[in-house]
Design a binder for this molecule. Structure first.
Ligand SMILES: *[C@@H]1O[C@H](CO)[C@@H](O)[C@H](O)[C@H]1NC(C)=O
Ligand SMILES: *[C@@H]1O[C@H](CO)[C@@H](O)[C@H](O)[C@H]1NC(C)=O
Ligand SMILES: *[C@@H]1O[C@H](CO)[C@@H](O)[C@H](O)[C@H]1NC(C)=O
Length: 348
Protein backbone atom coordinates (compact mmCIF):
# COMPACT_ATOMS: atom_id res chain seq x y z
CA UNK A 1 0.00 0.00 0.00
CA UNK A 2 1.35 3.41 -0.95
CA UNK A 3 2.01 6.12 1.57
CA UNK A 4 -0.79 8.15 0.13
CA UNK A 5 -3.43 5.46 0.41
CA UNK A 6 -2.20 4.69 3.91
CA UNK A 7 -2.57 8.32 4.86
CA UNK A 8 -5.96 8.65 3.24
CA UNK A 9 -7.21 5.61 5.14
CA UNK A 10 -5.85 7.23 8.33
CA UNK A 11 -7.87 10.32 7.62
CA UNK A 12 -10.99 8.33 6.78
CA UNK A 13 -10.82 6.18 9.91
CA UNK A 14 -10.18 9.29 11.92
CA UNK A 15 -13.27 11.01 10.61
CA UNK A 16 -15.25 7.80 11.18
CA UNK A 17 -14.13 7.80 14.76
CA UNK A 18 -14.99 11.46 15.07
CA UNK A 19 -18.47 11.13 13.68
CA UNK A 20 -19.05 8.06 15.86
CA UNK A 21 -18.10 10.13 18.89
CA UNK A 22 -20.09 13.10 17.81
CA UNK A 23 -23.44 11.85 16.61
CA UNK A 24 -24.06 8.37 18.04
CA UNK A 25 -25.82 7.44 14.85
CA UNK A 26 -23.74 4.48 13.82
CA UNK A 27 -24.32 0.91 14.83
CA UNK A 28 -22.51 -0.48 17.85
CA UNK A 29 -20.28 -2.44 15.49
CA UNK A 30 -19.33 0.65 13.53
CA UNK A 31 -18.68 2.56 16.73
CA UNK A 32 -16.44 -0.20 18.09
CA UNK A 33 -14.62 -0.31 14.75
CA UNK A 34 -14.29 3.47 14.79
CA UNK A 35 -12.80 3.67 18.26
CA UNK A 36 -10.47 0.75 17.54
CA UNK A 37 -9.19 2.52 14.42
CA UNK A 38 -8.87 5.72 16.39
CA UNK A 39 -6.84 3.98 19.12
CA UNK A 40 -4.55 2.40 16.53
CA UNK A 41 -3.94 5.73 14.86
CA UNK A 42 -3.25 7.51 18.13
CA UNK A 43 -0.78 4.78 19.05
CA UNK A 44 0.93 5.13 15.67
CA UNK A 45 1.16 8.86 16.28
CA UNK A 46 2.64 8.36 19.74
CA UNK A 47 -0.34 9.86 21.56
CA UNK A 48 -2.38 8.35 24.37
CA UNK A 49 -5.52 10.24 23.57
CA UNK A 50 -6.54 12.75 20.97
CA UNK A 51 -6.00 16.11 22.67
CA UNK A 52 -9.31 17.86 23.28
CA UNK A 53 -8.67 21.13 21.53
CA UNK A 54 -11.47 22.85 23.47
CA UNK A 55 -9.71 22.24 26.80
CA UNK A 56 -6.32 23.42 25.66
CA UNK A 57 -4.94 26.52 27.33
CA UNK A 58 -1.62 27.37 25.70
CA UNK A 59 -0.44 30.87 26.56
CA UNK A 60 1.26 33.19 24.10
CA UNK A 61 4.51 32.84 26.08
CA UNK A 62 4.43 29.04 25.80
CA UNK A 63 3.43 29.21 22.13
CA UNK A 64 6.19 31.58 21.06
CA UNK A 65 8.82 29.72 23.09
CA UNK A 66 7.95 26.30 21.68
CA UNK A 67 7.28 27.55 18.15
CA UNK A 68 10.64 29.32 18.01
CA UNK A 69 12.39 26.20 19.31
CA UNK A 70 10.57 24.09 16.75
CA UNK A 71 11.39 26.42 13.86
CA UNK A 72 15.03 26.56 14.89
CA UNK A 73 15.33 22.80 15.17
CA UNK A 74 13.62 22.06 11.86
CA UNK A 75 15.57 24.74 10.01
CA UNK A 76 18.34 22.38 9.04
CA UNK A 77 16.09 19.68 7.70
CA UNK A 78 13.96 21.89 5.52
CA UNK A 79 14.52 23.92 2.41
CA UNK A 80 11.63 26.11 3.49
CA UNK A 81 12.89 27.94 6.59
CA UNK A 82 10.13 29.71 8.52
CA UNK A 83 9.98 32.40 11.16
CA UNK A 84 7.37 33.42 13.66
CA UNK A 85 6.12 37.00 13.52
CA UNK A 86 3.83 38.31 16.25
CA UNK A 87 1.70 41.39 15.65
CA UNK A 88 -0.09 43.39 18.32
CA UNK A 89 -3.31 45.18 17.42
CA UNK A 90 -3.17 48.86 16.68
CA UNK A 91 -6.45 49.32 18.48
CA UNK A 92 -8.89 47.30 20.59
CA UNK A 93 -12.44 48.66 20.76
CA UNK A 94 -15.50 47.37 22.50
CA UNK A 95 -18.63 47.39 20.41
CA UNK A 96 -22.26 46.46 21.08
CA UNK A 97 -23.13 43.31 23.08
CA UNK A 98 -19.62 43.03 24.39
CA UNK A 99 -18.12 42.38 20.97
CA UNK A 100 -14.49 43.35 20.52
CA UNK A 101 -13.05 44.98 17.43
CA UNK A 102 -9.36 44.35 16.79
CA UNK A 103 -7.56 46.41 14.23
CA UNK A 104 -4.16 45.33 12.97
CA UNK A 105 -1.89 47.47 10.83
CA UNK A 106 -1.59 46.24 7.24
CA UNK A 107 0.19 42.90 7.34
CA UNK A 108 1.72 41.46 4.20
CA UNK A 109 0.48 37.88 4.15
CA UNK A 110 2.55 36.92 1.15
CA UNK A 111 4.69 33.87 1.97
CA UNK A 112 2.69 33.23 5.12
CA UNK A 113 2.30 29.57 5.89
CA UNK A 114 -0.16 29.82 8.76
CA UNK A 115 -1.65 32.61 10.86
CA UNK A 116 -3.81 32.65 13.93
CA UNK A 117 -5.30 35.08 16.37
CA UNK A 118 -4.48 34.22 19.97
CA UNK A 119 -6.19 35.80 22.96
CA UNK A 120 -7.10 35.15 26.57
CA UNK A 121 -10.89 35.05 26.78
CA UNK A 122 -12.85 35.26 30.04
CA UNK A 123 -16.56 34.78 30.69
CA UNK A 124 -17.46 33.18 27.36
CA UNK A 125 -19.06 29.88 26.36
CA UNK A 126 -18.29 30.30 22.69
CA UNK A 127 -16.12 32.59 20.62
CA UNK A 128 -16.71 33.67 17.05
CA UNK A 129 -14.16 35.59 15.01
CA UNK A 130 -15.21 37.54 11.91
CA UNK A 131 -13.12 39.39 9.40
CA UNK A 132 -14.47 42.73 8.26
CA UNK A 133 -14.06 44.22 4.84
CA UNK A 134 -12.54 47.69 4.46
CA UNK A 135 -15.84 49.47 4.33
CA UNK A 136 -17.28 47.46 7.18
CA UNK A 137 -20.28 46.30 5.16
CA UNK A 138 -19.05 42.75 4.62
CA UNK A 139 -18.11 40.17 7.19
CA UNK A 140 -16.75 36.65 6.92
CA UNK A 141 -16.87 34.18 9.78
CA UNK A 142 -13.35 32.83 10.03
CA UNK A 143 -13.59 30.83 13.22
CA UNK A 144 -16.17 29.57 15.64
CA UNK A 145 -15.23 27.86 18.83
CA UNK A 146 -17.09 26.36 21.76
CA UNK A 147 -15.37 26.51 25.11
CA UNK A 148 -15.67 23.65 27.57
CA UNK A 149 -15.67 25.77 30.73
CA UNK A 150 -17.37 29.08 30.92
CA UNK A 151 -16.13 31.81 33.14
CA UNK A 152 -12.53 30.78 33.70
CA UNK A 153 -10.14 32.65 31.42
CA UNK A 154 -8.78 30.45 28.67
CA UNK A 155 -6.41 30.99 25.74
CA UNK A 156 -8.22 30.71 22.42
CA UNK A 157 -6.65 30.29 18.96
CA UNK A 158 -8.49 31.23 15.82
CA UNK A 159 -6.86 30.09 12.64
CA UNK A 160 -7.24 32.43 9.76
CA UNK A 161 -7.96 31.08 6.30
CA UNK A 162 -5.79 28.46 4.57
CA UNK A 163 -2.70 29.36 2.65
CA UNK A 164 -4.31 29.47 -0.77
CA UNK A 165 -6.81 32.07 0.38
CA UNK A 166 -4.45 34.51 2.02
CA UNK A 167 -5.00 36.92 -0.85
CA UNK A 168 -8.44 37.52 0.57
CA UNK A 169 -7.09 38.70 3.90
CA UNK A 170 -3.95 40.25 2.52
CA UNK A 171 -4.17 43.75 3.85
CA UNK A 172 -1.98 44.77 0.98
CA UNK A 173 -5.27 45.47 -0.69
CA UNK A 174 -6.76 47.29 2.23
CA UNK A 175 -5.36 50.50 3.57
CA UNK A 176 -7.14 50.12 6.87
CA UNK A 177 -5.40 46.87 7.72
CA UNK A 178 -6.92 43.72 9.06
CA UNK A 179 -10.09 44.14 11.11
CA UNK A 180 -11.31 41.24 13.21
CA UNK A 181 -14.51 41.21 15.24
CA UNK A 182 -14.60 38.90 18.22
CA UNK A 183 -18.08 37.99 19.40
CA UNK A 184 -18.24 36.10 22.68
CA UNK A 185 -21.23 37.34 24.66
CA UNK A 186 -21.99 40.38 26.77
CA UNK A 187 -20.01 39.28 29.84
CA UNK A 188 -16.99 38.31 27.84
CA UNK A 189 -13.59 39.92 28.14
CA UNK A 190 -10.66 39.63 25.76
CA UNK A 191 -7.09 40.07 26.96
CA UNK A 192 -3.73 40.23 25.18
CA UNK A 193 -4.88 39.58 21.61
CA UNK A 194 -2.06 38.98 19.12
CA UNK A 195 -1.73 37.77 15.58
CA UNK A 196 0.86 35.03 15.11
CA UNK A 197 2.07 34.44 11.56
CA UNK A 198 4.56 31.81 10.52
CA UNK A 199 6.24 32.94 7.35
CA UNK A 200 8.64 31.43 4.88
CA UNK A 201 11.89 33.36 4.90
CA UNK A 202 15.13 33.58 3.05
CA UNK A 203 14.23 31.46 0.05
CA UNK A 204 12.37 32.79 -2.97
CA UNK A 205 9.38 30.88 -4.24
CA UNK A 206 10.94 29.72 -7.49
CA UNK A 207 14.08 28.47 -5.78
CA UNK A 208 12.01 26.68 -3.16
CA UNK A 209 10.07 24.76 -5.76
CA UNK A 210 13.21 23.77 -7.58
CA UNK A 211 15.01 22.52 -4.51
CA UNK A 212 12.14 21.23 -2.38
CA UNK A 213 12.37 17.69 -1.19
CA UNK A 214 13.14 16.61 -4.68
CA UNK A 215 14.69 13.24 -5.09
CA UNK A 216 15.85 11.82 -8.36
CA UNK A 217 12.35 10.45 -9.08
CA UNK A 218 10.41 13.70 -8.81
CA UNK A 219 7.83 13.99 -11.60
CA UNK A 220 8.72 17.61 -12.25
CA UNK A 221 12.25 16.61 -13.17
CA UNK A 222 11.25 13.85 -15.57
CA UNK A 223 10.77 14.41 -19.32
CA UNK A 224 7.22 12.95 -19.46
CA UNK A 225 5.89 15.40 -16.92
CA UNK A 226 2.28 16.09 -16.21
CA UNK A 227 0.97 18.85 -14.03
CA UNK A 228 1.51 18.05 -10.38
CA UNK A 229 0.01 19.64 -7.32
CA UNK A 230 -3.09 18.99 -5.29
CA UNK A 231 -4.52 15.54 -5.56
CA UNK A 232 -7.82 15.50 -7.37
CA UNK A 233 -10.42 12.79 -7.12
CA UNK A 234 -10.12 12.26 -10.84
CA UNK A 235 -6.47 11.52 -10.55
CA UNK A 236 -6.97 9.02 -7.74
CA UNK A 237 -9.26 7.04 -9.99
CA UNK A 238 -7.07 7.21 -13.04
CA UNK A 239 -3.90 6.33 -11.18
CA UNK A 240 -2.03 3.62 -13.00
CA UNK A 241 -4.70 3.04 -15.63
CA UNK A 242 -2.52 4.24 -18.42
CA UNK A 243 0.88 3.14 -17.17
CA UNK A 244 2.91 4.22 -20.18
CA UNK A 245 1.64 7.78 -20.18
CA UNK A 246 3.70 8.71 -17.17
CA UNK A 247 6.35 6.60 -15.57
CA UNK A 248 6.46 6.00 -11.83
CA UNK A 249 7.45 9.24 -10.14
CA UNK A 250 6.94 11.40 -7.06
CA UNK A 251 4.17 14.00 -7.16
CA UNK A 252 3.75 16.91 -4.82
CA UNK A 253 0.78 16.83 -2.47
CA UNK A 254 0.35 19.69 -0.07
CA UNK A 255 -1.31 18.80 3.23
CA UNK A 256 -2.83 21.40 5.54
CA UNK A 257 -3.35 19.78 8.93
CA UNK A 258 -6.17 22.15 9.90
CA UNK A 259 -8.14 20.84 6.92
CA UNK A 260 -7.73 17.17 7.85
CA UNK A 261 -10.50 15.85 10.10
CA UNK A 262 -9.10 15.00 13.52
CA UNK A 263 -5.74 16.72 13.03
CA UNK A 264 -6.59 20.14 14.45
CA UNK A 265 -4.30 19.40 17.40
CA UNK A 266 -1.27 19.85 15.12
CA UNK A 267 0.18 23.34 15.55
CA UNK A 268 3.15 23.08 13.18
CA UNK A 269 3.91 22.57 10.40
CA UNK A 270 0.81 24.26 9.12
CA UNK A 271 1.34 22.66 5.73
CA UNK A 272 3.85 20.27 4.22
CA UNK A 273 4.51 18.30 1.08
CA UNK A 274 3.34 14.75 1.84
CA UNK A 275 4.08 13.60 -1.72
CA UNK A 276 2.69 10.54 -3.39
CA UNK A 277 3.85 8.00 -5.94
CA UNK A 278 2.06 7.61 -9.22
CA UNK A 279 2.62 6.48 -12.77
CA UNK A 280 3.33 3.25 -14.54
CA UNK A 281 6.07 0.68 -14.24
CA UNK A 282 6.99 -0.39 -17.75
CA UNK A 283 9.45 -3.21 -18.31
CA UNK A 284 12.61 -2.78 -16.23
CA UNK A 285 11.68 0.73 -15.21
CA UNK A 286 13.26 1.79 -11.90
CA UNK A 287 12.89 -1.43 -9.90
CA UNK A 288 12.87 -0.91 -6.14
CA UNK A 289 14.10 -4.43 -5.44
CA UNK A 290 15.55 -7.42 -7.29
CA UNK A 291 12.16 -9.00 -6.80
CA UNK A 292 10.59 -6.21 -8.85
CA UNK A 293 13.14 -6.79 -11.62
CA UNK A 294 12.12 -10.43 -11.91
CA UNK A 295 8.40 -9.65 -11.55
CA UNK A 296 8.72 -7.11 -14.34
CA UNK A 297 10.33 -9.79 -16.52
CA UNK A 298 7.62 -12.31 -15.57
CA UNK A 299 4.96 -9.80 -16.58
CA UNK A 300 6.76 -9.00 -19.82
CA UNK A 301 7.02 -12.66 -20.80
CA UNK A 302 3.46 -13.40 -19.65
CA UNK A 303 4.60 -16.10 -17.26
CA UNK A 304 2.95 -16.98 -13.94
CA UNK A 305 0.15 -14.41 -14.31
CA UNK A 306 2.44 -11.83 -12.73
CA UNK A 307 0.97 -8.32 -12.59
CA UNK A 308 3.03 -5.35 -13.56
CA UNK A 309 5.04 -3.94 -10.62
CA UNK A 310 3.39 -1.02 -8.81
CA UNK A 311 4.76 2.42 -8.15
CA UNK A 312 5.28 3.00 -4.41
CA UNK A 313 7.49 4.99 -2.02
CA UNK A 314 11.06 3.73 -1.87
CA UNK A 315 12.38 6.46 0.41
CA UNK A 316 10.45 8.23 3.15
CA UNK A 317 11.43 10.95 5.59
CA UNK A 318 10.18 11.68 9.11
CA UNK A 319 8.26 14.83 9.97
CA UNK A 320 8.69 16.70 13.22
CA UNK A 321 5.41 18.12 14.49
CA UNK A 322 4.55 20.60 17.20
CA UNK A 323 1.22 19.70 18.76
CA UNK A 324 -1.10 20.09 21.71
CA UNK A 325 -0.28 17.74 24.55
CA UNK A 326 -2.94 15.27 25.68
CA UNK A 327 -1.39 15.21 29.16
CA UNK A 328 -0.89 18.90 29.80
CA UNK A 329 -3.32 21.48 28.40
CA UNK A 330 -0.86 24.32 29.00
CA UNK A 331 1.98 22.89 26.93
CA UNK A 332 2.99 22.24 23.38
CA UNK A 333 5.00 19.15 22.61
CA UNK A 334 7.21 18.01 19.74
CA UNK A 335 6.91 14.51 18.29
CA UNK A 336 8.64 12.95 15.31
CA UNK A 337 6.36 11.02 12.99
CA UNK A 338 8.31 8.50 11.00
CA UNK A 339 7.76 7.82 7.31
CA UNK A 340 5.59 10.87 6.77
CA UNK A 341 7.00 12.30 3.58
CA UNK A 342 7.69 10.54 0.31
CA UNK A 343 11.14 11.42 -0.96
CA UNK A 344 11.48 8.93 -3.81
CA UNK A 345 9.35 6.36 -5.61
CA UNK A 346 10.19 3.09 -7.31
CA UNK A 347 8.50 0.03 -8.81
CA UNK A 348 7.74 -2.89 -6.49
C1 LIG B 1 -17.57 46.91 0.52
O1 LIG B 1 -16.47 46.17 0.03
C2 LIG B 1 -16.81 44.92 -0.57
C3 LIG B 1 -15.51 44.26 -1.01
O2 LIG B 1 -14.52 44.34 -0.05
C4 LIG B 1 -17.74 45.14 -1.74
O3 LIG B 1 -18.12 43.89 -2.26
C5 LIG B 1 -18.96 45.93 -1.28
O4 LIG B 1 -19.76 46.20 -2.39
C6 LIG B 1 -18.54 47.20 -0.58
N1 LIG B 1 -19.73 47.87 -0.05
C7 LIG B 1 -19.90 49.17 -0.10
C8 LIG B 1 -21.16 49.70 0.50
O5 LIG B 1 -19.08 49.91 -0.61
C1 LIG C 1 -5.47 29.23 31.43
O1 LIG C 1 -4.22 29.82 31.68
C2 LIG C 1 -4.26 31.09 32.32
C3 LIG C 1 -2.84 31.59 32.48
O2 LIG C 1 -2.16 31.63 31.24
C4 LIG C 1 -4.95 30.98 33.67
O3 LIG C 1 -5.07 32.24 34.25
C5 LIG C 1 -6.32 30.34 33.50
O4 LIG C 1 -6.92 30.11 34.75
C6 LIG C 1 -6.23 29.03 32.74
N1 LIG C 1 -7.56 28.54 32.45
C7 LIG C 1 -7.94 27.28 32.64
C8 LIG C 1 -9.34 26.94 32.24
O5 LIG C 1 -7.19 26.44 33.09
C1 LIG D 1 1.21 44.50 -2.65
O1 LIG D 1 2.21 45.45 -2.36
C2 LIG D 1 3.35 45.33 -3.15
C3 LIG D 1 4.38 46.37 -2.71
O2 LIG D 1 4.04 46.95 -1.52
C4 LIG D 1 3.01 45.51 -4.62
O3 LIG D 1 4.15 45.32 -5.43
C5 LIG D 1 1.94 44.51 -5.02
O4 LIG D 1 1.53 44.72 -6.34
C6 LIG D 1 0.75 44.63 -4.08
N1 LIG D 1 -0.22 43.59 -4.40
C7 LIG D 1 -1.51 43.85 -4.48
C8 LIG D 1 -2.40 42.68 -4.77
O5 LIG D 1 -1.96 44.96 -4.34
Amino acid sequence: MGMRSLFVSFAISFSLALSADGFHQQSAHQQAQGSRDSATILHALGLRARPDVRKMNVSQAEYSKKMNMYLKRTKRSTTEPRRLFTFHPESVDRGQNGEVLLKFRPVDFDETDGASLKMLVAGATDVKVYQRSDNGSDETLINSKELSQSGTPIWVDSYLVPRDNYQSISSNRSESGLILRVSCGSDCQVFEPVLNAVRLVGVGRSKRHAEGLIGRTDCAGLPNRRPSGRLSARRVGSRGRNPDRQRCCRNKMNVIFKELPGYDFVVAPYSFDLGYCGGGCPYRYNPGTRHATIQSLMFQTGKGNAPRPCCAPSKLAPLEILHLDDEDPKQLKTTTWDNMQVIECACF
